[in-house]
Design a protein around this ligand. Sequence first.
Ligand code: PEP
Length: 262
Amino acid sequence: MTRKLYIGTNTKMFQTGSEAEAFIRRMDELIDDIRDRLEFFFIPSYTSLERSVKAVGDRIRIGAQNMAWEERGQFTGEISPLMLDEIGVRFVLIGHSERRHVFRETDEDEARKIRCAADHGFTSLLCVGETAEQKNSGLAAASVMEQLKQSAGTLKAEEVPGKLWIAYEPVWAIGKSGVPASASYAEEMHGVIRTALRELFGPNGDDIPILYGGSVNPSNAVDIISRKGIDGLFIGRSAWDPERFDSIIREVLPVFESRNDD
Ligand code: PEP
């Protein structure tokens, strides 16, 4: 069976509800003929979630950008798994670089969220990635392995199939001031992550998709996806125009499908 390409976007704090709905309706039309070959996902702001789910039903996986580790309580400004579940959202981004570095979330916070997501039957997309300083000190592999161990280490091997996805997003590669990782560097780090996942979850670690994210754009997407061990792409800015996103998807898909990782 051909493997599916994991691909999607997080719109951060950019689109309003009507903008997000227009975007996802258009993506729904554009990818219609290839959707069976994709694990396509869309992660808009909280106020766009319900209308996005209503717009595309189960044809596109809709995810939240964050989630609290409790169902209820004195957590002003947080969103509970019960609230997401009620509107049909069971996919959540955990530990995005901006959560870790702007809002100072720790691996311990991410671990509690990952645990809570698993307890509620959610699929988590856990982001890990080293800072420029860690990379320059030769600590990229160690820091990413540590993040994985600390954030996802409480999950049992039997809990991960289909429920844990990883995004490797080097902090220095993300956003406007980011420099995209070279395809060979991304490949090497994906290998490190796969090894860590096997250590944590045994053979089930082999089935966890690992996506690359960080300044993916029309000129580097094909090179990145052609590399062994890269199961998909998590794209920010270059994905926010539907036609442009669709054309990236159509360029990378055949390259991904023709790859032989064995
Ligand atoms: C991101 O923020 O996760 C991301 C990948 O953004 P960009 O593609 O814009 O670097």
